[in-house]
Design a protein around this ligand. Sequence first.
Ligand code: TMP
Length: 217
Amino acid sequence: MPALFISFEGGEGSGKTTQINKLAEALTERGLKVVTTREPGGTPEGDKVRDLIVQRDGGDWSPLAETLLLFAARTMHVQKTILPALENGKVVITDRFTDSTVSYQGYGHGLNIDTIEQINSIVLDGLKPDLTFILDIDAKAGLQRSERRLASEQFGVDQTEDRFERLDISFHEKLRQGFLEIAKNDPARCHVIDATQDVEQIAQQIEGIVTDRLEVA
Ligand code: TMP
């Protein structure tokens, strides 16, 4: 079975969760073994870090401290979840990875990008996904979608996970530019997807890129 490491990135309300579920379903139907996971999270330890990072009362961490917490969770995620699954020939789909740290803590909160890259090479030996989908949406439209999601009980979303949604629009615009810059610097890995398209249209586009890569189309 072909192993593949895929990440989904994007700002708030970009529709990552919907697309991850659709891709996982499509690949499973093709007989592939798929693991879906997320950051911060992916392990019980990572979930504890998630609470510190995303909860309203999680703490007022500096960008560097926040980055170190994220990489503490990330190394557990890689060692305990991602690498074992890849070694077993599974497709791993993660909702966010290091690009989120570069975008949020780097472009958003102003931590030097080189510092993040250095931490990445020490902690993860520079591990990167094979494929990354950046779901691109105008910051304002994304926030409106995200607010609707937080306000809605039907998705079972934790209503207090809104520390980042509460930051102002200019922060979210910086994130978007950050993700686009990341994609520009690594075009072989990163695919920017227009997240304002119809959900099914986006899903087909993504599935096509993944199956081409897996050569199972
Ligand atoms: P989510 O809303 O996609 O579940 O992500 C949780 C929040 O954590 C989101 O607001 C972005 C933030 N985050 C960072 O700031 N840096 C990171 O490296 C990661 C993985 C997430």
